[in-house]
Design a protein around this ligand. Structure first.
Ligand code: AP5
Ligand code: MG
Length: 224
């Protein structure tokens, strides 16, 4: 990376589009944190906190967690020191209300949004990806039983954590998550296009090819 410009990024896309997979690779290359509201809330559920209790049933059914709760969690995380030089928001915003709240906060903190990378993948491909996904309990890295196998079955390549299947990766819940995405989140494509912040990538390619396209976008955003 040649310049010091902040990289304040959003990864937008349906469930299974590859937001988490690509975000982890970007973290390694550009050294900015990945903030996944899904990961933050899964951690809250596992810890048995009062926030975890509030979000649990929404997540289990594939519905969105109410805006006020998720905005509070996100803004709290965004105020951490490690976000000062940039961040990747993975899975936030997911409604126009969340996008407006984020806009307000970024304006207030004078942290302008660099760009929104939208990953486009057909629904049929997404179901196939999600039903065979496995996740690391420790670092949340995603694997796939066919397309991205761990070196040792059931063990994370990165941190040796245990791999598990997310409860919301059942076919029935996936169908609801896709519906929720089309109804409530896809309007954000238009929202960010109108603000000239949108960069679209074809997410139905090999992981490395998509990574290379995203790096090209980031390097352009990052050039003086
Ligand atoms: P969240 O955890 O954000 O889940 P999601 O958006 O449904 O997205 P996923 O994590 O399922 O997919 P991904 O795009 O990260 O794909 P991945 O890289 O793993 O949210 C979960 C729940 O939390 C929501 O349903 C909601 O209840 C709540 N929530 C979270 N944020 C919220 C918000 N802002 N507001 C309200 N509620 C919120 O890849 C998927 C699989 O495909 C993996 O197996 C991977 O190995 C494989 N793969 C990836 N790329 C490729 C490729 N190019 N080719 C082949 N396989 C690939
Ligand atoms: Mg994810």
């Amino acid at each position: 990376m040649s310049s010091k410009r902040n990289l304040n990024l959003i990864f937008l896309g349906p469930p299974g589009a590859g937001k988490g997979t690509q975000a982890k690779m970007i973290v390694d290359k550009y050294n900015i944190p990945q903030i996944s509201t899904g990961d933050l809330m899964r951690a809250a559920v596992s810890s048995g906190s009062s926030i975890g209790d509030k979000v649990k049933s929404f997540m289990a059914s594939g519905a969105l967690v109410p805006d006020d709760l998720v905005i509070e969690i996100l803004l709290d995380r965004l105020s951490s020191d490690d976000c000062r030089d940039g961040f990747i928001l993975d899975g936030f915003p997911r409604t126009v209300g969340q996008a407006e709240a984020l806009d307000q906060q970024l304006n207030k903190k004078q942290m302008p949004l660099s760009g929104v990378v939208a990953m486009m993948v057909p629904d049929g491909v997404l179901t196939d990806r999600l039903t065979a996904r496995r996740i690391c309990r420790q670092c949340s890295a995603s694997y796939h039983l066919e397309y991205l196998k761990p070196k040792i079955e059931g063990v994370c390549d990165r941190c040796q954590g245990e791999l598990y299947q997310r409860k919301d990766d059942s076919e029935e819940v996936i169908l609801n998550r896709l519906k929720v995405y089309h109804d409530q989140t896809s309007p954000l494509i238009d929202f960010y296009q109108k603000r000239k912040k949108l960069y679209t990538v074809d997410g139905n390619k090999k992981i490395e090819m998509i990574f290379s396209e995203i790096c090209d976008i980031i390097d352009k955003l990052n050039s003086p």
